[in-house]
Structures are given as structure tokens and as C-alpha cells.
Design a protein around this ligand. Structure first.
Ligand code: SF4
Ligand code: SF4
Length: 163
């Protein structure tokens, strides 16, 4: 039975770290993640908003399901969080993604640029830093979390395994 709704999560500025001057790379994102500056880390996020979708977790096996319900603070026209600087106060479970915790955030969308970079060592071809179109789309027929009662959220689960 699906019973626990979790607030979506998003990235934020991690602590800046000193780049390793002996490490020679062509693109900054190919440095070890812990060596990225705060500004470089922020540029990895393509603002797709997929992590801002409400997720439900199966209490029996911890399986995570994505829904087409999105956080009330996500601006789908601008692809920005409307409360970015206040997000962790307004949404306590809106986690900061950092080089230190990305390994443990297994519920992040498989298409998250941070996740792909962490798992493959490179960004996908659609990423703007690679000259791509920007980001992959959000699910169709989105609704906001304030318009759906928690007991009805299960009805909004999407089957997209590639999300
Ligand atoms: S508060 Fe902002 S960053 Fe956090 S889930 Fe909502 S829209 Fe996304
Ligand atoms: S790239 Fe990752 S952190 Fe950025 S909005 Fe998309 S899913 Fe969220």
C-alpha cells in the first residue's frame, strides 16, 4: 500500500571547494565532483523540475513512484523554483543535492543531470552545457500539490520508467 507522500527535492549551493590544479580537464564538469566550485555545481542543474514532482513510496519495499503532481513553488513556464532562497524553510524535505550526498539520493530522476554526471562522469548530449536543447520535458497534465488531497495522490502515479 502506498501511504507516505514525500515532498520533492531540489539542488542548492554546496560549499565551494578549491579546484585541484594538477587535474587537467577540458570541461569543468569532468573534474571530480568534489572539486567543482559552487557556481559550477549550480550550472549542472538543467532546471528540468523533475525532482520537484511529488513522489510516493511503497511502505513494503521502499519502491518510489513518481506522480504528475508538482510542488506548488515550481514555475513551469520559467522552469524555476519561485522560492529558491526560501525553499528549505518552506518545504523542509526539499533537500540540497551536493557532491557529498548525490550517491545516496537513489530516488532522484534517472534523467537528473547530477545523477547522470555522477554515474557516468559526463553530461548527456541534451544538456545545455553540451550544446543540447536544455532539458527533458515534465509529464503532461501536471497538477500542483495544493490541488490534490494526500489520499488521492496514488491516482496520479505515472508509469514513465525513463523519468
Ligand atoms: S521548493 Fe522549489 S526546489 Fe523545492 S521542490 Fe518546490 S519547486 Fe522544487
Ligand atoms: S537536473 Fe536534477 S536537480 Fe536539476 S531540476 Fe532536474 S532533476 Fe532537479
Amino acid at each position: 500500500m502506498l501511504s507516505s507522500a514525500t515532498w520533492p527535492k531540489k539542488n542548492t549551493c554546496p560549499n565551494a571547494s578549491v579546484p585541484n590544479k594538477e587535474f587537467t580537464v577540458t570541461n569543468f564538469w569532468q573534474k571530480p565532483l568534489k572539486n567543482l566550485t559552487a557556481d559550477e555545481w549550480e550550472k549542472i542543474c538543467c532546471r528540468c523540475g523533475r525532482c520537484c514532482l511529488i513522489k510516493l513510496q511503497n511502505d513494503d519495499n521502499d519502491e518510489v513512484f513518481y506522480t504528475r503532481i508538482i510542488c506548488r513553488y515550481f514555475d513551469t513556464a520559467k522552469h524555476l523554483c519561485r522560492e529558491y532562497s526560501n525553499r528549505c524553510r518552506l518545504v523542509p524535505s526539499c533537500l540540497k543535492v551536493t557532491p557529498q550526498n548525490i550517491d545516496s539520493l537513489t530516488w532522484m530522476p534517472q534523467t537528473c543531470a547530477y545523477r547522470i554526471l555522477n554515474e557516468t562522469g559526463d553530461l548527456p548530449p541534451w544538456h545545455p552545457l553540451k550544446g543540447g536543447q536544455g532539458f527533458l520535458p515534465l509529464p503532461e497534465n501536471l497538477v500542483t500539490d495544493i490541488s490534490v488531497a494526500e489520499e488521492d495522490m496514488e491516482d496520479y502515479i505515472i508509469e514513465d520508467k525513463d523519468l
